[in-house]
Design a protein around this ligand. Sequence first.
Ligand SMILES: [Zn+2]
Ligand SMILES: [Zn+2]
Length: 163
Amino acid sequence: MSESTITAKGQTTVPADIRLAIGGAAGTLQQSSQAQGSCLCGAIAFTLRFPSKWVVHCHCSRCQRAHGSAFVTWVGADTEQVQIDDAEKLLAWYQEPSGSSRGFCRRCGSPLFFRSPREAGETHIAAALFTQALDRLPGSHVHYDTHVVWVSVAETLPVEPDL
Ligand SMILES: [Zn+2]
Ligand SMILES: [Zn+2]
């Protein structure tokens, strides 16, 4: 395995020749400059042009409720690098009291995106929706203080303090 690069934020980038999928194509090798994904029904598709900025597992209670899951793995990217194809205009945004917005498909209910005034210019994409390999692996856990007790995360990624 080639050496990975550890960035300042503890993110591990994966060299192009050994990119490993963390989406549906797990385990495949891929050399690409972008990755695509979609919601469950396929009506909303998106393309992320690399590089992504980070990938983290978020254990906050809002993500748990919004996705109905123990935690959500997010891919952070500059919004200008995310192309959304929504010909049927099914993408809707739920705005939280905090001002953050969560984009979801009105037909199938898939939660897709997250945007926040605190991270202006960024779009966060649910990693599980990608059907093609990303350019990096998850680098850390965030909001781990509210993690569920019924999933053990047996790994060694760093836990970032809440900001
Ligand atoms: Zn859908
Ligand atoms: Zn969260």
